[in-house]
Structures are given as C-alpha cells and as structure tokens.
Design a protein around this ligand. Structure first.
Ligand code: NAP
Length: 284
C-alpha cells in the first residue's frame, strides 16, 4: 500500500525505502546489489537506508556507486552514526567520512544508531550543528524505547527529532503497546527495520502460519510479501526491506500496489496480536 509520510519538519516521504545491511561486502554480488538499488530508484523508491557500521562503510560506498548519475535532490539518503562516534570529538569526522563514501555533500537524514554512553544533549547539539552547516537536512534516532523517546523530546532541540527507526514486523509488534502511540502523538514517524523478519529467519513460524498462507494465496503473492504488505499497511510508518536479489526487489515493490483489507488484518491480528503489556524493545 502506497502512503505519504509527513515528517515533523514538513518534509513528505514515501512509506517504503531500501535497506542495505550486508550489501557491498562481497565482490561477487556487487553488480546485482547495484542493479537492485537502481531498479528501486527507477521504480518510485527514493529513500535509501545505510549506516557507517554496515560493512564498516562498504554499504555506503556501494550506494555511492549505485546513485552515480541520479539527480541528488531526487534521493532521500539516510545514514547512521555509531554511538561511540556520536560525541563532539568524533561525529563531524564520521559524518564527513560517510559523505565521502556516498559521494555526496549532504545527508537527508542522520540517525543515532542506538543509545550509548554519550549524552543525548551532546549528540543532539552536534546534530543541530551539522544541520546548520548543511551537512545534514535533518536527524533522528534508532532503537530508542519509550523512556529514551520521552527524554529526547524533552531536551533542548529534541523536538527536531524526525524519526525513530526500530525493529518491527508481523511477529514482533511490541512497539504498538506504548512506544508507537507515544511517537505518533508527537508526529514522529516510525521507520520499520527487519519488516520481512529477515526473510523469515527471525521467526520461521511466520511463513508457515495459516493466516499468512491464506492471504498469500488470496493475492497470489509469497508469504514474505504478506509480511511486507502488513508493515506497509501501518499508519505513520516507513518500511525499509532489504533485497539484494533483483527478483526479491521486484516482489517488494509489487507490494506497494497491494492493499490488505480489514478482514486480512483481522486474520493476521488473530494469529499475531500486538502485546497487551509493555515488553522490551526487540532488536533481533
Ligand atoms: N537501525 C538498526 O539497528 C537496524 C537493524 C537492522 C536492520 N536495519 C536496516 O533495515 C534494513 C532491513 O532489515 P534487514 O535487512 O535486517 O531484514 P529484512 O529486510 O527484514 O530482510 C532481508 C532478508 O529478506 C530477504 N528478502 C528480501 N525480499 C525478499 C522477498 N521478496 N522474498 C524472499 N526473501 C526476501 C533478503 O534476501 P536477499 O538480500 O538475498 O534478496 C534478506 O535475506 C537493513 O538492511 C538496514 O538498512 C537497521
């Protein structure tokens, strides 16, 4: 299902992007990975998610190669700084290195990958300086649970946080209890990572479940595509599935044209309900 997502700063983005963890690590798969990214860019997807951590910069370098020739302003590039680099002494250099690998002079969004020992105030102050210098257009966070989000929205300039990127898929719906309602109330969209439960590896029973199979048969799609259709059906959420095989990328883009109806969602909810109490944020 196609949706437009409004960021707190007024920017509008689409509800699906390209995940790139583990891409760019092997020479043997490089060409197909580049082909996948370009296929997505040529077919209406413009958000690319990466991180300095992914292959120690390999993913950013691969993206740099894949986006050569594309108009920069047609793209929305998201990268992440490691918590250990998120202080005043390292973040500016980290950002510079990320830009160099990507072959660009700004990021559309820079995320704190997860919370470390550096204070949120310091990281946010630096993010705002990067914004003022034009190196990044906006910033957000990742892997933050409700207490962290509460803190972020209460520190100076914390209201500039544009997104929280967290794990979310049909078999892991803990964020629906209180985290997502809280960020939704602040108009902060959720960016769902592992929307395919890593191809089912994170919860293999998902792909064998009755409800998923029934819906996959109804629409003539695969069980994995049902997982993606489920996250794409959520409000205020951007899904960033990763596909390094062209066949997979095509199937994922096809999901944008499938609309799960109320009955489908009810069926999925009956087998994989959201928890009715707070559970710790899943990270895998
Ligand atoms: N912020 C964080 O801490 C964090 C953590 C994890 C991930 N992320 C981001 O989120 C992205 C997505 O998460 P993820 O890569 O871990 O997992 P994912 O997107 O849930 O799953 C990726 C796996 O699913 C396979 N796949 C993709 N499309 C498929 C299809 N149509 N049919 C069958 N299999 C398919 C891929 O295979 P092929 O690659 O072989 O096509 C790959 O093995 C990452 O790439 C990264 O950008 C962020």
């Amino acid at each position: 299902m196609r949706k437009k997502i409004l960021l707190p700063d007024g920017t509008v983005i689409r509800n699906m992007g390209i995940g790139t963890w583990y891409m760019g690590d092997l020479l043997s798969t490089r060409n197909e990975e580049i082909e996948c990214i370009r296929y997505a860019l040529d077919n209406g997807i413009n958000l690319i998610d990466t991180a300095e951590m992914y292959g120690n910069g390999n993913s950013e370098s691969l993206i740099g190669e894949a986006i050569r020739g594309y108009e920069r302003k047609s793209l929305f590039i998201v990268s992440k700084v490691l918590p250990s680099n998120a202080g005043r002494n390292r973040i500016f250099k980290s950002c510079e290195n990320t830009l160099k690998r990507l072959g660009t002079n700004y990021l559309d969004m820079y995320l704190l990958h997860w919370r470390g020992i550096i204070s949120l105030d310091e990281t946010i102050e630096c993010m705002e300086e990067l914004k003022a210098s034009g190196k990044i257009k906006c910033w957000g966070v990742s892997n933050m649970d409700i207490d962290d989000m509460f803190e972020i929205t209460h520190v100076a300039k914390g209201d500039q946080c544009q997104v929280n990127q967290v794990l979310y898929h049909l078999g892991s719906r803990g964020i629906e209890y209180s985290l997502k309602p809280f960020t939704d109330s602040r108009n902060i969209p959720t960016m769902a990572y592992c929307p395919l439960a890593q191809g089912g590896r994170l919860k293999d029973k998902l792909l064998r479940s009755k409800s998923v199979i029934k819906i996959s048969e109804k629409y003539g799609i695969s069980p994995i595509q049902v997982l993606l259709c489920f996250t794409l059906s959520q409000e205020n959420m951007i899904s960033i599935p990763k596909a390094s095989k062209l066949k997979h990328m095509k199937e994922n883009i096809q999901c944008l044209d499938i609309i799960l109806d109320e009955e489908d969602i009810k069926l999925l909810n009956s087998e994989f309900s959201a928890p009715n109490k707070k559970i710790p944020l899943d990270i895998e």
